[in-house]
Ligand binder design. Structure first.
Ligand code: SAM
Ligand code: SF4
Length: 466
């Protein structure tokens, strides 16, 4: 446990807050004004937003989320891909195809040569950022995970390379976290799944490792104490009332911020998806309209935290929700183990953890993003320059985005367009880059950037960043 593991979630309190009376519109407008001033909200204030169900107020929340996305983050969207390493698992989570009692799923762990092969396939499509995903099993020890991370960084295929490797792996002890940190991981992600103790106990059998609610809740505290200052929290929406989960996520973010001086770098809000051999719980299914509220309210509550929207969701919904403040999406994703080289056009449910809603290729997603006015980015500069944790200034310092993020998005996009894009995507990208450059207010910076883009496009240089 961490130095003083505390269970900061009180079911009764959060339930009362989630289910309280409808707030009046003046109160909601006050809270929204606080968000617009880019202050994070308290759990109580967030609770007022989740209880605001008048269509006019919901629309106001959506509008504010769109505005915050533009003001805090700009039009950039960072792209990554998941890479599933192995699906052996000692747990029996009711919702997951990898649960140990499931006989319908094909069990497999990639060996080193297979990992390299998958990474080559990802690099050949233009990916620069990955998240490695593991079941929970003694064979996926911190040493094994660290070794896999190192293997991924070593793969250089053509002009490609992976510049940031994040991980989503079961909770570890301090020593384990030190081991994976030493391998150079980016973000360490672990989702609480549900913050409600009762709901948690229902889907995570007591005698499994994951059955220990507090050990999991405390995982990111231990990670931070072990020196990982870049962590991602998440809840699996559909296991309990979505309103409660939003309050759980905000409580967790505030807990880390208060205790370690650094909040989570990212929040994830996966929604339950069909999975082979699994009967999904339906009592708390989150409808699309409520899912939109989840994303918008989280944006308002924690304006400086990155938000990840995954390919679990369908393309149309992703497109709509992205505008509410999402900062990262995965694209071109396949989650069958070995899926980047072995999967066809259709998904093989017996080989994946759950069914994806969006398996369009990266090139196509890039094109759609740019046509919609987003600036896709593969930037990894902050992490590689040590600008993480409390030094992570991406959101906090005025002008930082203009000075660093936008130029880095444009340089990594130029690499993608030059090395990997189809002619149609390249044309859409060139148009977007010209518009972005013409909008840059600083003449000196614009000249430096133009020189940098020229070096990438014409001289074949790579990995130039600000
Ligand atoms: N095994 C580790 C763990 O449980 O923490 C690593 C992560 S697990 C492979 C990745 C995440 O997938 C889980 O934390 C859970 O939130 C999500 N997940 C599991 N089953 C799902 C389903 N049926 N639909 C959507 N997401 C699911
Ligand atoms: Fe195992 Fe993770 Fe799936 Fe649970 S969610 S069964 S721990 S892979």
């Amino acid at each position: 446990m961490s130095n003083g593991a505390t269970d900061f979630i009180e079911d009764a309190r959060l339930t009362a807050l989630a289910e309280g009376p409808r707030p009046d519109s003046a109160r909601i407008r006050d809270i929204i004004a606080k968000s617009v001033a880019k202050q994070h909200l308290s759990v109580e204030e967030t609770a007022d937003l989740v209880r605001a169900d008048d269509p006019e107020l919901i629309e106001l929340i959506f509008q504010t989320a769109r505005q915050l996305k533009r003001d805090v983050y700009g039009n950039r969207i960072v792209l990554f891909a998941p890479l599933y390493i192995g699906n052996d698992c000692v747990n029996d989570c009711a919702y997951c195809a990898f649960k140990r009692s499931n006989r319908e799923v094909v069990r497999r762990t990639l060996d080193k040569a297979e990992v390299r092969h998958q990474v080559e396939a990802l690099e050949s499509r233009g990916h620069k950022r990955l998240i490695l995903v593991f079941g929970e099993h003694p064979r996926y020890s911190p040493e094994f995970i660290a070794d896999t991370v190192r293997t991924v960084y070593q793969v250089k295929y053509g002009l490609g390379e992976i510049r940031r490797v994040n991980i989503n792996a079961a909770p570890m002890d301090h020593e384990g976290y030190r081991t994976v940190k030493a391998a150079g991981i980016g973000t360490y992600q672990v989702f609480q799944e549900t913050y409600h103790h009762g709901a948690y106990a229902k889907v995570h059998p007591e005698r499994t490792r994951k059955g220990d609610y507090l050990y999991r809740l405390d995982a990111l505290s231990r990670a931070m104490e072990a020196g990982i200052d870049d962590v991602g929290i998440g809840a699996l929406f559909g296991l309990h009332d979505w309103r409660f989960e939003v309050l759980g996520l905000v409580s967790h973010a505030l807990h880390l911020q208060e205790r370690y001086g650094v909040g989570p770098h990212t929040i994830s809000f996966p929604r339950l998806r069909p999975a082979a051999g699994v009967e999904l719980p339906t009592a708390h299914f989150v409808a699309d309209d409520d899912f939109k509220r989840v994303v918008a309210i989280l944006r308002l509550a924690v304006p400086y935290t990155g938000m990840i929207l995954t390919a679990r969701e369908r393309p149309e919904l992703r497109r709509e929700v992205m505008a509410f403040g999402v900062s990262q999406i995965d694209a071109g994703s396949r989650i069958e183990i070995g899926g980047y080289t072995e999967a066809g056009d259709a998904q093989s449910m017996d080989r994946e953890q759950f069914e994806l809603g969006d398996i369009r290729p990266l090139d196509q997603v890039m094109r759609e993003l740019m046509t919609d006015g987003y600036l896709p980015s593969f930037c990894t500069a902050c992490y590689r320059l040590g600008r993480t944790g409390e030094h992570f200034m991406e959101f906090a310092i005025p002008g930082f985005i203009q000075q660093f993020c936008t130029p880095n998005a444009l340089s990594t996009l130029t690499e993608f367009l030059t090395d990997y894009a189809s002619p149609e995507t390249r044309a859409a990208g060139k148009k977007l880059i010209a518009e972005e450059i013409s909008r840059m207010p600083d003449d000196k910076l614009r000249a430096r950037l133009q020189e940098c883009l020229c070096r990438i496009e014409q001289d074949g240089e790579h990995d130039l960043y600000f």
